[in-house]
Design a protein around this ligand. Structure first.
Ligand code: KG4
Length: 334
């Protein structure tokens, strides 16, 4: 079954042709250069750029797969969660395509598709497993009990991990997308130079990142008031260390308590070099299997939407022309 998948939840317009776990094409038009001058994604600009790009991106996905619209068996689209105006572009385009081609329309939850990036990279990976989902807008630990059944164990009570990286990076004067830049310039030299807190949350597997963000902002302001230079590579490394501490502690606590031997990491922040390294070390120490996507599939892309779509379709999850975009929706929605 050949699926044309569409993703437009934030600042990447992407279309892919996917057949099972095989990716026949995956085209991504990124808007990073445009949002960079504002230091973050401007939702209205994102929606407009999706509108301009989506038709050509879909055409290119088909060309690159060597097929035409007539060879497509279904259309899949990210419908939630994300920037509402941005999502609406993809959803409406997908509805039009499904109607005109007379093929099923498959709505895909954005976080489920981030997990499915792992199915593309690891053909042998099957639920059940535990997943740490870390992106710009979400931080969740979930049990993936089946391809379309999820149980949320915990999540952030305030900012997402990616948001914490992006905002603290911005305060350090690093360019957007901050998480990526912060990861590149972070050095490990001296973790005691800037003693940052380890914010705790009440829930057993929950996270809190806003206290860490505030501590970094205060550290920078205090230094400025005293006319002191901030050692940005060291501060960046300390933030990265704290975020990783929290993500890793909760993930392995959940794995141990619930007896999981397979752990997957997904979402944009799964590209973080320190997180990947420490997760791998910890899994090796405990004899657990670790899965994460290749860097090319960590960020938003349509191939992962197509990879999840086949399971949604097999589970009877198709939509009609009344499909709407939704800005917030938990991964375990029914
Ligand atoms: O999953 P994603 O592409 O978009 C959302 O669905 O949110 O995640 C984007 C987030 C941004 O916050 C970005 O800074 C972060 O992922 N990110 C990273 C790295 N690469 C991307 N954060 C830390 N280290 C990285 N290497």
């Amino acid at each position: 079954m050949k699926i044309l998948a569409i993703e437009s939840s934030c600042d990447e317009t992407s279309a892919a042709v996917v057949e099972g776990r095989e990716v026949l094409s995956n085209i991504i038009a990124t808007q990073i250069a445009e949002h960079k001058i504002y230091g973050g994604v401007v939702p209205e600009i994102a929606s407009r750029r999706h509108t301009e790009a989506i038709s050509a991106v879909c055409d290119e996905a088909l060309d690159s797969a060597g097929i035409t619209y007539n060879d497509i068996d279904a259309i899949a689209v990210t419908f939630a969660p994300g920037l509402i105006g941005a999502l609406l572009v993809g959803v409406n385009f997908a509805k039009g395509l499904a109607l005109s081609l007379g093929v099923p329309l498959i709505p895909v939850h954005h976080l489920r598709s981030h997990i499915a990036a792992n199915y593309i990279a690891h053909k042998e990976l099957k639920p059940p497993f535990l997943c740490l989902l870390v992106s710009g807008g979400n931080t969740v630990i979930a049990e993936v009990t089946d391809y379309t059944t999820f149980k949320i164990l915990g999540g952030t009570k305030d900012d997402a991990a990616g948001e914490c990286f992006d905002k603290t990076a911005r305060c350090m004067g690093l360019s957007y997308p901050g998480g990526v830049t912060l990861d590149k310039i972070a050095t490990k030299s001296d973790f005691n130079k800037y003693p940052l807190p380890y914010p705790k949350s009440n829930g057993e597997y929950d996270f809190s990142f806003s206290g860490l963000k505030t501590a970094v902002i205060n550290t920078i302001h205090n230094a400025h008031q005293k006319n002191e230079e901030i050692d940005v590579p060291v501060l960046a490394a300390t933030v990265r260390e704290r975020v990783c501490d929290m993500l890793i502690d909760n993930t392995f606590k959940a794995a141990e308590n619930l007896g999981y031997t397979k752990i997957a990491v997904a979402g944009g922040v799964s590209a973080n070099s320190e997180l990947r390294k420490r997760m791998a070390e910890e899994c090796e120490k405990r004899g657990l299997e670790l899965y994460y996507p290749p860097l090319s599939l960590c960020g938003d892309n349509a191939a992962m939407v197509g990879a999840q779509a086949i399971f949604e379709f097999e589970n009877g999850n198709t939509a009609g022309q009344d499909l709407n975009a939704t800005a917030t929706l938990p991964i375990d929605y029914r």
